[in-house]
Ligand binder design. Structure first.
Ligand code: ATP
Ligand code: MG
Length: 562
């Protein structure tokens, strides 16, 4: 184990520093901040996905690296779409990704509504905000276009007194929804549309999951977000590229509100996965259309789904390290994520035997009712994992495709007359087989050579094929679920009409037989099934009577680390 740790640190040193680390290094060198504070600010309107995991790992990682704080802040300023169900799932997901979560560092933007109101009042008093009566449509007309400047609102020159009175009455509920807004007074001719007197507050009678019916005016994102950051003492407000054009407004808000230590917005490129549906909107559609079994369906990349599929936080962190942080949009390969989980589990999980497409193998010269218990290493590459006893006897199950009546060239597994090794057991030679009326093989017959027991040092002859097996009498029946990408990769994510191109083979269920030791596996526990991949006990559907295993990833890899 000592060796592994050394390797891990060596690898880390090779990874170069990203542009955000460079910015922070410089800020610290200039003495701008005493302590780094970052945040992850999800809107609780859906479940988190792997893209959010990138933001969580980036922000919490920076806080940790610089000995600062990481805040989870629910950006719950828009009451229409928000649900407590999402708040709870987000808490669980962030906790899982981060290992744990300091409850004192969990914040709710809606807790700042009073302060936001006060900052709006401050702007009005400074002559930097005004109440506007234009309708939404008129406001659009006045706004101008990318090519043409906008026009000042006729209400722009209201006095501070008048604005204060109107704003107070907006809050008191004197005006209809949508009839008045509070706007910043910036520049209707700005080439940046976001700076053309943006709306700061709107009247909307909506029930809020936290503040109930206390408010009938709600702040807009571009006004609320910088204030939330500033109130919490966030130093580096890291967001994705689509907010780049909003940065001048972000800076305007923190400047005009006169925060002593204004936070700084930094944008990076979103994580995209090639041919994988990530957007909240699309995941939601798959759920609502009943195409998947809820938000945590293991075929998706919501964090809940990745967890249920058997990914570990370590594998997701490693994936983020490999995919890097940059300003340029790009797309990462799902195969790289698969590589990360294989690498993570390789030395940590026992290697067991499971048969997903069983056919009987009868060892005709093995005593009728005898069972012997073979000592089997749990992980040949990690002896510290010890050994277990695996029962062996006369009738086994093997994989159907490990036997062929007429094999092609280079097929080294079982066929009449051929000898193979039964993994962890003996050499067997195929003598015969039985078929049903349709010609399907129902039994394969063999003889075994007692001299060839695994671990006995036998080396008089070699065989080219090794196959795995389970003893029929003691095997545990189990459901094995094999997954593929939910979208059809060949055809791309979307159909011409905008619907999602669902892969009909994305879930295949196999009635299987597994080693008896696996009957005791707990939900969420994972294993390697030799030759098949890594599997996890499903946390939703698995029971002791009917175990269900999800395939996390197969053994085959198409990704090669650089
Ligand atoms: P979606 O685009 O899936 O609808 P969102 O951006 O609307 O997600 P938010 O709750 O607003 O979801 O996001 C919270 C944070 O996560 C934001 O800071 C956002 O920039 C970041 N984030 C969202 N998607 C990604 C992604 N694919 N890669 C990296 N960060 C992301
Ligand atoms: Mg959003």
């Amino acid at each position: 184990m000592g060796n592994m740790n050394e390797e891990a640190t060596e690898e880390k040193e090779v990874v170069s520093r990203n542009f955000i680390q460079n910015i922070i290094d410089q800020d610290l060198a200039e003495g701008k901040y005493e302590k780094i504070v970052t945040r992850f600010p999800p809107e609780p309107n859906g479940y988190l996905h792997i893209g959010h995991a990138k933001s969580i790992i980036l922000n919490s990682g920076l806080a940790e690296e610089y000995g600062g704080d990481f805040h989870l802040r629910f950006d719950d300023t828009n009451p229409t779409k928000e649900k407590s169900e999402f708040v709870n799932s987000i808490l669980e997901d962030v906790k899982w990704i981060c290992g744990d979560l300091d409850q004192e560092k969990v914040f709710y933007a809606s807790d700042y509504f009073d302060q936001m109101y006060e900052y709006a009042v401050k702007l009005i008093k400074k002559g930097k905000a005004f109440v506007c009566d234009l309708s939404a449509e008129e406001m659009r007309e006045y706004r101008g276009t990318l090519k043409e400047p906008g026009k000042n609102s006729p209400y722009r020159d209201r006095t501070a007194e008048e604005n204060l009175d109107l704003f107070e009455r907006m809050r008191a509920g004197e005006f209809e929804d949508g009839s008045k807004v509070l706007r910043a007074k910036i520049d209707m001719a700005s080439p940046n549309m976001n700076m053309r007197d943006p709306v700061l507050y709107r009247v909307a009678r909506m029930h809020h999951h936290n503040t109930g019916d206390k408010w009938c005016i709600y702040p807009m994102y571009d006004f609320a977000h910088p204030i939330e950051d500033a109130i919490e003492g966030v130093t580096h407000s890291i967001c994705t590229l689509e907010f780049e054009d909003h940065r001048p407004l972000y800076d305007w808000v923190v400047r005009e509100c006169e925060f002593e230590h204004p936070p700084k917005q930094i944008e990076f490129a979103k994580l995209y996965l090639t041919n994988v549906v990530t957007g909240k909107r699309y995941i939601k559609k798959l759920v609502e259309d009943g195409i998947v079994d809820g938000w945590d369906d293991p075929r998706m990349v919501s964090i809940a789904a990745l967890r249920r599929r058997g990914f570990t936080p370590e594998s997701i962190r490693r994936f983020m390290e490999l995919s890097g942080v940059s300003k340029a949009n790009s797309s990462s390969d799902y195969a790289m994520l698969e590589y990360c989980i294989r690498e993570d589990l390789k030395l940590k999980r026992p290697r067991m035997m499971a048969i997903t497409d069983p056919v009987k193998l009868v060892i005709t010269n093995y005593p009728e009712s005898e069972i012997e218990y073979l000592d089997v290493s749990n992980n040949q590459e990690n002896e510290e994992m010890g050994t277990r006893k695996v029962p062996f006897g006369r009738v086994l199950y093997i994989e159907r495709d490990d036997f062929m009546i007429e094999p092609p060239k280079k097929y080294f597994r079982l066929f009449p007359g051929n000898e193979v090794r039964l993994m962890n057991a003996y050499f067997v030679t195929c003598t015969d087989y039985v078929t049903d009326e349709d010609g399907n093989v129902t039994e394969v017959h063999c003889t075994y050579d007692p001299e060839t027991k695994s671990g006995s040092g036998f080396n008089a002859r070699k065989v080219k094929g090794t196959i795995h097996w389970v003893l029929a009498d003691t095997a545990k029946k189990a459901e094995i679920r094999l997954y593929e990408n939910i979208v059809d990769e060949e055809k791309g994510v979307y159909n011409e009409d905008g619907t999602i191109n669902v892969n009909p083979n994305s879930l295949v269920v196999k009635e299987s037989f597994v080693e008896p030791a696996l009957a005791e596996a707990e939900p969420g526990e994972s294993f390697q099934f030799v030759r098949q991949g890594y599997f996890v006990v499903d946390t939703k559907d698995s029971t002791k009577e009917h175990p269900v295993f999800n395939r996390i990833v197969s053994m085959k890899s198409s990704y090669r680390p650089k």
